[in-house]
Design a protein around this ligand. Structure first.
Ligand code: GYE
Length: 308
């Protein structure tokens, strides 16, 4: 197993643990906070971090992982941009006896022994939370039908697939709620705005609800909605995910209705788990982040407590 293999190569007190980390990119406020958390936690834990930004491209991540293997780092951690296509490179890491920790996003390899553990959120549950909020909201509105448009995250990424699934599950069977359009905005503000403009062109005032897989796309869409002469948060109810400061600001301004929290502050946990893995200690296969739901009504009160 990794544990026994890794134990033989345990970093001595004099030699700091070396971690290669391949980050998705810098596509959102969430990601910026995640990168900061990882870098700060590494510094505090005395971990030597080799950090590579993949600019949302799987091929760049594969290259980075291969370079970490060539450099013989103690542990590799990464946040996979998409779920599939990792078997080959993960086998190379295993052959080199370097343990791999997944953070934030999951892979869908059949062989679960290709990585040691996965630290991150339950994205399906986040989608359900968003859907449940809408079901409760819909029960209080007089309209007979609510048309929903969905801004999806990066195609093939775990959070896009899971947030779509959880939301669909939570609204299924509610005759009032219907998704009329669903398209990717790649988790960025610019794309969120662009795709929302297209949604508005096609459906205009018929759109009642926007479900965005992250806050940044919602913030981009808010601009598009305002430019179309409509009131975000009122004419179109907006639900998003992450809980970044920008979302709280939008809620305080009355332009966003609710954000479902997804914590990017995974750094301290990652460093602890990396130490345990390299020391040969057993670690759980799945470590789930704890998070909540923040409707606009509590935004002003919660804002000062937000850490990202
Ligand atoms: O929600 C989004 C970011 O993987 C959970 O990636 C992460 C997502 C997050 O771009 O803002």
């Amino acid at each position: 197993t990794f544990a026994t293999l890794a134990a033989s190569g345990v970093a001595s007190a004099a030699k700091p643990l070396v971690m290669g980390f391949s980050q998705v990119g810098a596509e959102s406020e969430w990601r910026t906070a995640n990168t900061r958390s990882i870098k700060d936690a590494a510094r505090q834990a005395g971990v030597k971090l080799k950090f590579a930004d993949a600019q949302q491209k799987q091929e760049n991540q594969v290259k980075a992982i291969r370079s970490f293997i060539a450099q013989r780092v103690d542990v590799i951690a990464f946040s996979p941009v998409v779920e599939s296509g990792w078997e080959t490179v993960l086998r190379e890491a295993r052959n080199a006896k370097i343990p791999v920790i997944l953070t934030d996003r999951a892979v869908n390899t059949a062989d679960k022994t290709l990585y040691t553990t996965f630290i991150g959120s339950d994205f399906v549950e986040e989608g359900r939370r968003a859907g449940r909020w809408l079901v409760a909201h819909a029960a209080k509105t007089p309209e007979r039908k609510l048309n929903i448009v969905e801004l999806q995250g990066t195609v093939g990424s775990a959070p896009a697939l899971d947030r779509q699934k959880g939301f669909a599950e939570a609204i299924a069977g509610n005759a009032k709620l219907k998704i009329v359009r669903s398209q990717t905005g790649d988790f960025t503000r610019a794309k969120g705005k662009e795709v929302m403009e297209a949604f508005l062109k096609a459906h205009g005032k018929a759109i009642n609800v926007l479900y965005a897989h992250n806050d940044d796309m919602a913030i981009g869409a808010i601009q598009a909605i305002e430019e179309a002469g409509l009131k975000p948060g009122k004419d179109i109810v907006i639900i998003s995910i992450d809980g970044v400061k920008g979302a709280f600001e939008a809620m305080i301004a009355g332009k966003l209705n609710v954000t479902v929290e997804c914590s990017p502050l995974l750094g301290p946990q990652l460093m602890q788990v990396a130490r345990d893995v390299v020391a040969g200690k057993p670690v759980p296969k799945r470590i789930v982040t704890e998070e909540g739901v923040f409707p606009a009504e509590v935004a002003a009160k919660e804002y000062p407590n937000r850490k990202y």
